[in-house]
Design a binder for this molecule. Structure first.
Ligand SMILES: Cc1cc2nc3c(=O)[nH]c(=O)nc-3n(C[C@H](O)[C@H](O)[C@H](O)COP(=O)(O)O)c2cc1C
Length: 249
């Protein structure tokens, strides 16, 4: 049986019905990660089956200018398709909050960059363990190969790149010969990267404070899912009008 992709997602650029149709024609679901209410409406109008609402708290490239909760509120009020919340969610509390607000799911990025399975460079992972939310910054500093695209990184990486007195921060080997990584390149360091890892694009969301150790990805999922379930159950118990048992008694 031929391998099939079940979901194709786009990010950046205006939601395009032609691209969505290509996904649908191939039997896949289509999604767009957006940073504003208007972009979410365009994605829904383009035929997307689901929308990822990305708040400014997110690690990596950041599409919009507002925080996740106001964005989620606006997007949920504007589209009928399922909405996935993204940006700054690294704990069970964060997951419970967006689910309670009406999101159908959450996207978690930074926490998985710091798992055993992640291909991120070990020093990058250790930087994530050491950092707090306030250690991240939205910048356009790492713009080589992708200009004019704001992104959230560790502030220490911007500082280190600024003081680097060499043209290249290091190199990376893929399938072929190592190729150099220019100072301020958009590419984050992976296991095959060498050089000044600390001065490369160390993407991190405000969720980074929740990264306290390098763990298997399954542990992160278990922690978030079980914790959120518990919190949401507790919330229902606390609010009598939500609690069928309390209502019946
Ligand atoms: C290391 C890293 C790389 C990312 N790369 C991409 C990417 O290639 N495409 C994309 O749509 N989003 C990318 N993102 C953003 C995520 O889709 C998501 O919005 C973000 O991780 C959510 O915030 P969080 O990091 O606080 O969990 C990346 C995020 C991180 C941390």
């Amino acid at each position: 049986m031929a391998f099939r992709v079940r979901l194709i997602e786009w990010y950046w650029g205006h939601p395009d019905p032609v691209l969505v149709e290509v996904a649908h024609a191939a039997g896949a679901l289509a999604a767009w990660q957006v940073g504003s209410r208007d972009e979410a409406v365009s994605a829904a109008d383009a035929g997307c089956d689901l929308i990822v609402a990305q708040g400014i708290e997110a690690g990596g490239h950041v599409r919009g200018t507002i925080g996740l909760l106001p964005l989620l509120d606006a997007v949920l009020g504007a589209v009928a398709v399922p909405v996935v919340a993204a940006g700054g969610i690294g704990t069970a509390r964060g997951l419970a909050a967006v689910l309670a607000a009406g999101a159908s799911a959450a996207r978690v990025g930074t926490r998985f960059a710091a798992t055993l399975e992640s291909g991120a460079h070990p020093s990058y992972k250790q930087c994530l363990v050491a950092a707090e939310a306030a250690d991240t910054v939205v910048t356009e500093a790492f713009s080589v190969w992708w200009p004019d695209a704001p992104h959230r990184v560790l502030r220490s990486a911007v500082d280190a790149a600024e003081t680097l007195d060499q043209e290249h921060a290091g190199d990376v080997s893929g399938d072929g010969e190592p190729f150099p990584i220019p100072r301020f390149a958009v590419r984050p360091p992976n296991r095959s990267t060498r050089g000044r890892i600390d001065a490369m694009a160390l993407y991190a969301g405000q969720s980074v404070g929740a990264v306290t150790a390098i763990t298997p990805a399954a542990e992160v999922i278990r922690e978030l899912a079980m914790g959120a379930e518990q919190l949401l159950g507790d919330a229902i118990d606390r609010i009598p009008e939500w609690n069928p048992k309390a209502r019946a008694s």
